[in-house]
Design a protein around this ligand. Structure first.
Ligand code: HEM
Ligand SMILES: *[C@@H]1O[C@H](CO)[C@@H](O)[C@H](O)[C@H]1NC(C)=O
Ligand SMILES: *[C@@H]1O[C@H](CO)[C@@H](O)[C@H](O)[C@H]1NC(C)=O
Ligand SMILES: *[C@@H]1O[C@H](CO)[C@@H](O)[C@H](O)[C@H]1NC(C)=O
Ligand SMILES: *[C@@H]1O[C@H](CO)[C@@H](O)[C@H](O)[C@H]1NC(C)=O
Length: 512
């Protein structure tokens, strides 16, 4: 008796899936592309590895050399049995139509912004009028005094790192993963220049309570755990969950009291002019206070500083690791950068913000690494209404994006397009010589492009100038490995944390 019932249920489920699939095909106007079981953006799609029937999370990188040619278009679709239909584009022209020309008709949907919204609404996750309010208050914090502060703190943290790691005593340093150091460096800069909290390289406090740096480190590493774990899971004695939970609570309490303290300081005007007030958080609190009711409430203030950490920590750290990996392979480019560093910082001093524009060849190395491994690698948008895109670059056709279909800009694809970047697998910083900051496409396109670009460039150029001046950077080979094999092994992109980047980069640093 139950066998026919089960069969009937299965048949109905199967029919539903097939109908959904067919409707998905129609919703993407039958654009060629992936036809798969799990949507590449769904939980299962992400968890399962990238194989030919499951694009997963890493096809952007692994299939970059052939996938668009294979489907005959730089704008392709994905229709799956489980998960909504998607459009991917690796055409800079189509990306501009979405993010510049039609920017008012696209928004960032809450489901694609879950990670950034853990702490409260903020400039990255919000849309329309709410976004305008956030932007108005956050915008002015990103300007000269903050960048000057970033340059000073970068120099200070670099010395602390060299001392703290005891590299100052060594002629040669071999590391299995430079990423660890650079990620910690980027976190330190965000902690100091974003939150206004000092971040000692070596934490020698005897205190058993979790320190701010420790909490920050756990929280950044725990974003994924926090996102994926359902609330009831916290009832169980799972060590990792407990730790992440404790770190979140600790940070929330610290930040709430920090907001109160900053407001009190501003009210009594005891805060001295100078570097102490130039962190993003203090500038944000002061701008929000000035706006009164039209400003940001405490949760939004905290949401925004967290969004800077989310957007500014891993992105900059990964790009720095990629720059050193590529400079280790391309010694001639390393020499060119070094020559400029000696010219600009001839007296052996540390770079200041004023030097950044003169260190353009060093900046170009960072920029070319950011092209090779664009940390902000997928930009999601949903349409509010039917939007017609012109695919003339590929074909004489248009594509209608209906509401309910997410369009995903594939930044890896765009930045490895041989029409825009001839011989894309070659590291060639000269591609970026003379390019304005506003034209750096790996920071995004249009009104929602990266607000932290100058922050990132200042941090990156300072660290690279100091490090390359003191150390020659080389590949750290395994026994019997050739440089070509090292490149094949190490120069691979993927999700590292929540951003895209190069995995562990083994290097040898030799004192110059
Ligand atoms: C190499 C480093 C970085 C890269 C590659 C990068 C990339 C990007 C990209 C591609 C976007 C656009 C996202 C979209 O359109 O959906 C973006 C937005 C943003 N970035 Fe960055 N970013 C970097 C560093 C930073 C830093 C250091 C900060 C802050 C301190 C920051 C803060 C932001 C914010 C707040 C937004 C949202 C802007 C808005 O919606 O108006 N980024 N970033
Ligand atoms: C296709 O679009 C229609 C109309 O907007 C919608 O009802 C349907 O759910 C969509 N199909 C899929 C698979 O998303
Ligand atoms: C699409 O763009 C091309 C080139 O910019 C232009 O010649 C063509 O008229 C456009 N087509 C439509 C339908 O807008
Ligand atoms: C492109 O399409 C338009 C209208 O669909 C047509 O008038 C035109 O002749 C086509 N151009 C080419 C080069 O096929
Ligand atoms: C955005 O589009 C996706 C389909 O890719 C859909 O699942 C989701 O519900 C849409 N979001 C909103 C808020 O409409």
């Amino acid at each position: 008796m139950w066998i026919p019932t089960v069969l009937a249920v299965v048949a109905v489920l199967a029919a539903t899936l097939v109908l959904r699939f067919v409707s998905g095909l129609k919703n993407v106007s039958y654009l060629p592309g992936f036809r798969c079981v799990f949507s590449p953006q769904s939980l299962w799609g992400v968890i399962l590895p990238t194989v030919y029937f499951n694009p997963g999370m890493n096809w952007f990188w692994l299939w970059r050399k052939w996938v668009y040619e294979y489907y005959g278009s730089r704008t392709i679709s994905s229709v799956s049995l489980f998960g909504g239909p998607l459009i991917f584009t690796a055409s800079a022209d189509v990306a501009r139509q979405v993010l510049v020309g039609n920017s008012a008709k696209f928004y960032k949907s809450p489901e694609t912004q879950a990670a950034t919204r853990l702490w409260g609404e903020n400039i990255i996750s919000s849309n329309f009028d709410v976004y305008k309010r956030h932007r108005r208050i956050v915008g002015p914090a990103f300007s000269g005094p903050t960048y000057a502060f970033v340059a000073r703190e970068a120099a200070r943290l670099y010395s602390e790192m060299i001392d703290g790691e005891n590299w100052c005593q060594q002629k040669q340093v071999r590391v299995e993963s430079i990423n660890e150091y650079l990620s910690k460096f980027a976190l330190g800069i965000i902690s100091r220049c974003g939150f206004g909290l000092p971040f000692p390289w070596v934490d020698d406090s005897e205190n058993h309570e979790m320190s701010f740096e420790k909490a920050l480190t756990i929280v950044t590493g725990g974003f994924i755990v926090k996102l994926a774990a359902p609330l009831w899971a916290y009832k169980f004695p799972i060590k990792r969950l407990r730790e992440v939970d404790e770190a979140y609570n600790k940070l929330a309490v610290s930040l709430k009291s920090l907001v109160t303290a900053r407001k009190a300081e501003l009210a009594s005007e005891t805060s001295e002019p100078g570097s102490s007030g130039n962190d993003l958080f203090t500038r944000l609190v002061s701008a929000a206070e000035a706006e009164g009711k039209n400003g940001l409430d405490d949760d939004e203030l905290i949401g925004n500083v967290f969004s800077f950490m989310f957007a500014g920590h891993e992105t900059t750290g990964h790009t720095l690791s990629a720059t050193l990996a590529l400079l280790a392979l391309y010694q001639d480019e390393q020499d060119k950068a070094l020559k400029q560093i000696h010219e600009v910082l001839s007296d052996g001093r540390a770079p200041t913000f004023d030097d950044i524009s003169k260190l353009d060849k060093v900046a170009a190395c960072f920029e070319e690494a950011a092209r090779f491994f664009p940390a902000g690698f997928i930009l999601h948008r949903n349409a509010t209404e039917h939007v017609v895109l012109n695919l003339s670059e590929d074909s004489n056709r248009t594509l209608v994006i209906p509401p309910g279909v997410t369009i995903v800009v594939d930044m890896v694809g765009i930045h490895h397009d041989p029409k825009l970047f001839p011989d894309p697998e070659r590291f060639d910083p000269s591609r970026w010589y003379g390019v304005q900051d506003s034209e750096l496409s790996f920071f995004g396109f249009g009104p929602r492009a990266c607000i932290g670009r100058k922050f990132a460039l200042t941090e990156g150029v300072c660290l690279l100038s100091l490090l390359l001046r003191d150390w020659k950077v080389d590949v750290n080979l395994r026994a019997g490995e050739t440089v070509v094999q090292w490149r094949e092994r190490v120069l691979q992109g993927g999700m590292v944390g929540l951003a895209f980047g190069v995995r562990d980069v083994p290097l040898v640093l030799t004192r110059r």
